[in-house]
Design a protein around this ligand. Structure first.
Ligand SMILES: [Zn+2]
Length: 350
C-alpha cells in the first residue's frame, strides 16, 4: 500500500537519531568556552561498548563521556556533550531540549512501525483465512460427541492424573473380605486366634470356607499405562479451539489499523495498535500450540498407548487426523510480526 506522507513526516522518517563514531563527525568543534547555549540536539550516541583500549570520547568541555549528544549550539557550531553532565554544561533548560528530541525519536519509531504494519497487514489477513483450523475443530468435535462414555472416562482420568493414562483392574479385596467375615462371625476368628497346632489349622480351613461362601468384595487397582502426549486437546473447551482463537485474532488485526492518515495518529492510537497486535499474536500462538498438541496426541506411539488403555478400560477410542495435517508456515504473518516487533534498540536506553 502506498503511503502519502506530509513533508514533516518524510523528514522525520529520514532523520538519523543515533550515530556511531560521533568523534569522526565532520565539522565538529572539539572544545568550546563555558556559557554557550544549546540550540538543538542533532544526534545521540552511546559508545560505551567500544574497545577499552580506545581513547575515551571527550565532550566539548573536556570531560570523558561514553554516551551523549551531538548538539548544535546557538552560533551553529556542532559539539559533543555527555548525557550525564549535559544539564550541568548547558543549564536546566537543556532538559526540555532532550524531551523534545526523545519525543521526535519515539514518534519516528511509532510511525515506522505503523507503516511496516500497513505494508504487511493485508497479506497477513489473507493468510489467516488459509489456516487449517477447521480440521482441528472437526477432530475435536468428533472426539467430544463421538466417544460419549469412553471420551468422558479418558478426560476424567487425564484431568485427575495430570496427563497419565490410568486404567483400573478389578481385583478381589482379601483384606476387606476377611474383615467383613470377622464381623459376621467373631467367635470363629477368636477361636482360631487362641488355638494352636492341628486345631488352629482346622479352624483356618473353616475360616477360608466361610469367606469363600460369602459375596466377594472387589477393589479397583490403578495401572499406570504411561503418559498421554498432547492430552490438553482432550480437556479443551469449546470456547478456545483454534478456529475460535483465529477468529478473535482476525478481528483484532482487522481493527488494529483504523486507516486514518499517519499524521493523525497519537500516542493512544499507537498504543492501541501495539496492544491489539500483541493480543492477536498471543491467540495465534495459542492456536498453533493446540494444533501441535493434537499432532502429539495422534502420533503413532501415543495412539498405541491410548489403544492399550482403551482395551484395559473396556472402551473403544480412535482419533483420526488427516495425513499430513499440520500448522502451515506463515510467511505473511511472520512479516507482520516482524513489523510489529521492530527492533527498539535503535532507541535510546533511558
Ligand atoms: Zn561533559
Amino acid at each position: 500500500m502506498r503511503q502519502f506522507l506530509s513533508e514533516r513526516y518524510q523528514q522525520l522518517l529520514a532523520r538519523q537519531f543515533r550515530i556511531r563514531f560521533p568523534d569522526q563527525l565532520s565539522g565538529l568543534t572539539p572544545s568550546v568556552e563555558k556559557g554557550v547555549k544549546a540550540q538543538r540536539i542533532v544526534h545521540w550516541y552511546d559508545e560505551r561498548a567500544r574497545a577499552q583500549d580506545k581513547k575515551p570520547l571527550k565532550c566539548c568541555f573536556g570531560h570523558p563521556h561514553g554516551r551523549g549528544f551531538v548538539v548544535e549550539i546557538e552560533d551553529g557550531r556542532l559539539v559533543l556533550v555527555g548525557r550525564d553532565c549535559a544539564k550541568k554544561d548547558f543549564g536546566f533548560e537543556f532538559d526540555e531540549i532532550v524531551k523534545g528530541f526523545e519525543a521526535e525519536e519515539d514518534l519516528q519509531f511509532q510511525v515506522r512501525r505503523l507503516l511496516a504494519v500497513r505494508e504487511t497487514l493485508p497479506a497477513a489477513l489473507a493468510e489467516l483465512r488459509t489456516l487449517p483450523v477447521a480440521t482441528y475443530d472437526d477432530v475435536w468435535r468428533s472426539f467430544t460427541t463421538g466417544y460419549g462414555k469412553a471420551g468422558r472416562l479418558l478426560a476424567k482420568g487425564l484431568r485427575s492424573s495430570q496427563g497419565r493414562l490410568i486404567a483400573y483392574r478389578r481385583e478381589r479385596n482379601e483384606a476387606a473380605e476377611e474383615a467383613s467375615a470377622r464381623r459376621a462371625n467373631k467367635r470363629l476368628f477368636e477361636a482360631w486366634e487362641s488355638a494352636d497346632g492341628a486345631e488352629q489349622r482346622k479352624l483356618a480351613a473353616e475360616i477360608r470356607r466361610f469367606i469363600d461362601s460369602r459375596e466377594p468384595i472387589y477393589k479397583e487397582v490403578p495401572i499406570d499405562m504411561g503418559p498421554c502426549d498432547g492430552w490438553r486437546f482432550i480437556l479443551q473447551s469449546e470456547r478456545s479451539t483454534p478456529a475460535r482463537l483465529v477468529e478473535e485474532a482476525t478481528a483484532l488485526l482487522t481493527h488494529a489499523d483504523d486507516g486514518r492518515p499517519v499524521e493523525q495518529w497519537g500516542k493512544s492510537d499507537f498504543a492501541r495498535l501495539r496492544r491489539n497486535m500483541d493480543e492477536a499474536f498471543q491467540k495465534l500462538d495459542a492456536a498453533a500450540d493446540l494444533v501441535a498438541d493434537l499432532l502429539r496426541l495422534t502420533s503413532p506411539t501415543n495412539m498405541e498407548r491410548i489403544a492399550d488403555w482403551a482395551m484395559q478400560a473396556g472402551v473403544d477410542i480412535r482419533l483420526d487426523v488427516p495425513h499430513g495435517y499440520r500448522w502451515p508456515v506463515t510467511p505473511a504473518l511472520n512479516s507482520l510480526r516482524a513489523a510489529q516487533t521492530i527492533e527498539e534498540d535503535a532507541k535510546q536506553a533511558a
